[in-house]
Design a protein around this ligand. Structure first.
Ligand code: ZN
Length: 457
């Protein structure tokens, strides 16, 4: 029995969020990643549109990693009737539990806030999903061991391979009826101090490749030197360094660098370092427990992760904006789209002695993108806040491979795939990478549109 295999792009086409790719053969449907759309409002609206296929008809979901733009729609999928298994690496399962429950909590709180203040044009405002939906889908998770083939459905098998990026992140090879389709997931950086290098993949009949930094190269500047310089100068003029950071990966990398600086006596004596994000605290525990998957050993990571003061209590978090003492505050979210960091930005962005340090990708439409583009004000909680602090963007602290590193990963393939599809990138980034892969590797490359479907002969 043979059925034509097809590939359907249900998200992350021409944009960096909402990663959802569907493989179909006969009545078998396998979804690779199940991300939430984030950033611009017309993208976020897609989270509310009907799912393009009947959710109960999906046989399985395979997850590359835990980031919400790859996993954050799962509770909604379950709410709409998906009851099949979700396969992911063990560390991804642990991280997804934290991220999905947090996301559900935010959805519930936002809906409650909108109802209380009658902000929604829909009455009553509903959450996209609830904590109960997240709990339900978390029960559907199955842990896989990277490197082993898993027969997840009759006639289908898949293998997860480490992609660097964040703890547990993998590329996935999916095989059906003799054809192999590879999904890169998000590819990490080479020579990262904590994460291991992305593993090469040797063969694909079809490849779906991310293109987040397809038109950019990270600077060669050394993060330790820059952090040392910025923190020292800010502390000398009596300011505070606020670092909006992604709870998964960026907080841990920053702690590693700050630990190195402190260890070599290059941070001002007694300069307090705070991690003000309960989710980052929980995620850091999972990084420590999984140190065998990381480059540094348990003892070193333990010391780095024990260095800061973790702030759980809301009152203590507020107190950080009252004390005048120079300090470093690391707080989520990484693109300043929500979380406790907003309160610190409201307080410290107007302070010309202070420094705001963004680490990692800033998607269009986020406060992070506004602030790093040099805007004079930023809107927080309905108020326009003047920006007088120094604002810096350390893109080399990104968890994403740049264009050179993506091409380096492609060079691991022994032969060209029949077609390489580029997703997970803004249009400009994807198109620049398309030309580069075509010219340098001679591959056939295609950029799919949202909801475009291809048969894979
Ligand atoms: Zn990611």
């Amino acid at each position: 029995m043979t059925h034509g295999l097809s590939l359907h792009f249900l998200g992350a086409a021409g944009t960096v969020t909402g990663s959802r790719s569907l493989l179909e053969a006969g009545n078998q449907r396998v979804l690779i990643d199940c991300g939430m759309f984030q950033g611009l409002k017309n993208l976020r609206r897609r989270n509310w549109e009907p799912f393009p296929v009947e959710c109960s008809s999906l046989s399985a979901v395979l997850l590359t990693h835990a980031h919400l733009d790859h996993s954050g729609y799962l509770p909604r999928l379950a709410r709409l009737g998906f009851s099949g298994p979700v396969y992911a690496s063990s560390a991804t399962v642990d991280l997804a539990r934290i991220l999905l429950l947090d996301s559900a909590g935010i959805q519930e709180a936002d809906a409650a806030f909108a109802n209380k203040h009658q902000l929604s044009s829909h009455a009553p405002a509903l959450p996209l999903y609830t904590i109960a939906d997240a709990e339900r889908v978390l029960k559907q998770f199955r842990r896989v061991e990277p490197g082993d083939w898993v027969e997840f459905l009759p006639g289908w098998r898949a293998r997860w391979n480490s992609a660097g990026h964040i703890l547990g992140a993998c590329s996935i090879e999916v095989e059906h009826a003799g054809r192999r389709v590879v999904f890169s997931g998000d590819i990490g950086r080479y020579d990262d101090p904590i994460m291991i290098d992305p593993e090469p993949i040797r063969r694909a009949d079809y490849l779906v490749l991310e293109s987040t930094y397809g038109d950019r190269l990270h600077t060669e500047e050394r993060p330790l030197e820059i952090l040392h310089d910025l923190i020292t100068r800010t502390a000398q003029r009596g300011g505070t360094v606020v670092i909006p950071a992604f709870a998964v990966g960026r907080v841990q990398l920053l702690l590693w660098y700050l630990y190195r600086l402190r260890g070599s006596g290059r941070l001002p004596a007694n300069l307090p370092i705070y991690v003000d994000s309960p989710m980052s605290t929980d995620v850091t525990d999972i990084y420590r427990d999984n140190s065998r998957l990381l480059k540094q050993n348990y003892t070193e990571l333990q010391a780095a992760f024990q260095m800061p003061r973790y702030v759980r209590d809301v009152q203590e978090s507020k107190a950080l904006d009252i004390t005048r003492m120079p300090k470093v505050i690391i707080s989520a979210s990484g693109m300043a789209t929500g979380g406790r960091v907003l309160h610190h930005l409201k307080h410290y962005a107007p302070d010309s002695r202070s420094t705001i340090l963004f680490a990692g990708y800033q998607a269009a439409g986020t406060r992070g993108a506004t602030m790093t583009s040099g805007a004079a004000t930023v809107k927080i909680h309905g108020e326009y806040i003047p920006i007088r602090a120094d604002v810096h963007h350390l893109s080399m602290l990104s968890a994403h491979a740049d264009a050179d590193e993506l091409v380096r990963w492609l060079q691991g393939f022994e032969t060209a795939p029949n077609c390489c599809f580029l997703n997970h990138g803004e249009v400009q980034a994807a198109d620049t990478l398309r030309l580069r892969i075509k010219d340098e590797l001679g591959w056939s490359v295609f950029i799919p549109e949202h909801l475009e479907k291809f048969s894979l002969p």
